[in-house]
Design a binder for this molecule. Structure first.
Ligand SMILES: [Zn+2]
Ligand SMILES: [Zn+2]
Length: 161
């Protein structure tokens, strides 16, 4: 077991070193490529080092990927030990605020619908006016969908109502 873990650690180290090299090399190449590209654009020349971008970016991606593999355990541990309790605590503290905001947003989203007969504002899902009892919803004869009573066209199929 011990030997395996050593080997594992060494593999991780190789991943980290290779990842850093690839990422840094890729970044450098990408920067050189861009620098050449924009330099050439300004001087109206052909960007002779633009190919560096094409080599640099995949290299950078591979490097970051290797780094991620190398640091996966650390990242997982960090996520488990460090950020989770902090995050939970923060979540507990901001939860009432978020709930207040989301309920406000919900209420805002539930557009009130005005009664076509008396103008009373009713909840959007209300079927009859709470003030005068007039129907607030109309059933489309074409598709059977429910639309507002004052709708001129079905908002589902577009039929004139
Ligand atoms: Zn009404
Ligand atoms: Zn319809």
């Amino acid at each position: 077991m011990k030997k395996d873990e050593n080997k594992h650690a060494r593999n991780k180290l190789i991943l980290k070193i290779l990842g850093s090299l690839f990422a840094l090399g890729g970044l450098a190449l990408a920067v050189v490529g861009f620098w050449s590209f924009f330099g050439a654009m300004n001087n109206e020349e052909i960007p002779d080092l633009f190919w560096c971008c094409f080599v640099g970016f995949p290299l950078l991606v591979v490097g970051l990927w290797l780094l991620m593999l190398g640091f996966r355990r650390e990242l997982a541990q960090y996520a488990k030990n460090e950020s989770a309790p902090v995050f939970n605590q923060a979540a507990q503290q901001i939860k009432p605020g978020i709930e207040a905001i989301s309920s406000a947003v919900n209420q805002g989203m539930q557009a009130k619908c005005a009664c076509p007969a008396c103008g009373e504002e009713n909840e959007s899902e209300a079927k009859y006016c709470k003030n005068c009892g007039a129907p607030l919803k109309k059933i489309c004869p074409n598709c059977g969908d429910e639309t507002a009573a004052d709708a001129k066209f079905c908002d589902h199929c577009g039929k004139k109502l």
